[in-house]
Design a protein. Structure first.
Ligand code: NI
Length: 149
């Protein structure tokens, strides 16, 4: 079997997952106010990103982290991490950085990273809907499907 979970055949995907993979999926079609605190209050698990909105080809994903994630990179996709609450330690091969609430960090494609949340962190990710959270790595933390709120 392929080490890339995104290699699942298109014909085996549901309509939404197929649209996500093709970059055609849109989460909402009417203007709506989104409460960031409300959304985080509805998330009761960790390492499980949910798409709250789409902006053209960019998904806005809400996720809570706690503990150490996994070293990985994304071959083609950049990721923007915006920390809403808590303090995220972003381990990088060239040195670690701390991203505090109200700060954000861009991880360019190809750059290995490993997010660590010593305490609970609330994050908003800006990336393609189809971006897989563990990038080039497949393990028990990998989320392939796109879950919405
Ligand atoms: Ni990543």
């Amino acid at each position: 079997s392929s080490p890339r979970c995104c290699a699942k055949p298109m014909r085996m995907m549901c309509r939404k997952d197929r649209a996500v993979r093709l970059g055609l999926w849109r989460a909402r079609s009417v203007p709506s106010v989104i409460s960031i605190t409300d959304i985080f209050s509805r998330i009761d698990d960790y390492e499980h990103p949910r798409v709250a909105a789409m902006v053209n080809e960019c998904a806005v994903k809400f996720v809570k982290l706690k503990g150490e994630f996994v070293w990985h990179h994304h071959d083609e996709e950049d990721e923007l991490f915006y920390v809403v609450q808590g303090s995220l330690l972003m381990k990088l091969r060239d040195g670690d950085v701390t991203v505090n609430a109200g700060e954000m960090i861009l991880i360019p494609h190809g750059v290995e990273h490993c997010p660590i949340a010593a305490e609970e962190v609330h994050l908003i990710l800006f990336e393609r809907a189809a971006t897989i959270n563990t990038g080039n790595v497949v393990n028990e933390k990998t989320r392939v499907t796109v879950d919405t709120l």
